[in-house]
Design a protein around this ligand. Structure first.
Ligand SMILES: CC(C)(COP(=O)(O)OP(=O)(O)OC[C@H]1O[C@@H](n2cnc3c(N)ncnc32)[C@H](O)[C@@H]1OP(=O)(O)O)[C@@H](O)C(=O)NCCC(=O)NCCS
Length: 223
């Protein structure tokens, strides 16, 4: 978990179901959460876990000018999360790395800033998880894997040893990449798929074994 400066206010960027889980991770780690930040209040509840939505990105930037503020990324959509992270960094707002106390991380595993590791996830030796990536509930990342920036392993997804998940790629719930196999950047692997051969950038793949279902338009990965 990120070491925070004294008097630093901690916010979760993204008042969504995903953001709720991120807030819960921080609370379970003994970190006081001041509230949520979200750029749209439409359809949002007044409170989540008893915490209010305090403002949008402009509000957060203004807060950061007067006192130390840090943000955890509570946005599930990969490209949207990347956009918000870049904005925070440009405004001098620190990104928190949130790791649930029940996650098991090898001493030599590396998790970059702004990443979220949820309950019961396992990250084994020499695996690397990139900036802003999500390792969702119960996901398993075996030894020497590479998870790119702003990628997402959904709940119960798993990667065998030395497997790779490209930046902004999304491994669906319960999906598996077998050892040594690579999934490209911006690719979506459907729920329950088993990836047994390399999958290129920018496609949707699904099934057992996983096969390319369609090629993504770039705008589908944009905010
Ligand atoms: C693969 C996925 C991205 C959909 O891609 P899509 O290109 O929009 O595909 P569609 O929904 O149009 O479905 C096309 C066909 O594939 C089938 N299909 C969809 N997802 C599938 C999957 N994971 N495995 C096998 N078949 C699947 C559909 O039933 C449909 O079949 P049909 O043509 O016989 O009716 C989506 O179904 C999925 O699996 N998303 C992951 C969700 C997830 O893991 N959420 C966790 C959040 S933490």
């Amino acid at each position: 978990m990120t070491q925070l400066p004294p008097n630093c206010r901690v916010l979760v960027y993204g008042a969504s179901g995903h953001g709720k889980v991120v807030a819960d991770i921080l609370l379970a780690s003994g970190i006081a959460v001041a509230g949520f930040v979200d750029d749209s209040l439409q359809g949002k509840p007044a409170e989540i876990l008893g915490l209010k939505i305090l403002g949008g990105g402009d509000w957060l930037a203004a807060q950061g000018k007067s006192s130390p503020v840090a943000a955890a990324l509570g946005i599930g959509h990969n490209a949207a999360r990347q956009k918000v992270a870049r904005r925070c960094v440009n405004q001098g707002i620190e990104l928190i790395t949130a790791i649930h106390p029940s996650a098991v991380l090898a001493a030599s595993a590396r998790v970059a800033e702004g990443a979220v590791v949820m309950a019961a996830a396992v990250i084994n030796p020499d695996a690397e998880v990139g900036t802003g990536a999500i390792v969702n509930t119960g996901a398993v990342i075996e030894h020497d894997c590479r998870v790119g920036e702003f990628a997402h392993l959904s709940p119960n997804a798993s990667m065998g040893g030395c497997a790779q998940l490209g930046s902004l790629a999304w491994l669906g719930i319960g999906a598996t990449i077998i050892h040594g196999v690579k999934v490209g950047s911006n690719t979506i692997v459907g729920a329950g798929a088993v990836v047994v051969r390399d999958i290129p950038d920018g496609v949707v793949a699904m099934g057992v074994p996983a096969r390319i279902h369609r090629y993504l338009e770039m705008r589908e990965n944009e905010v």
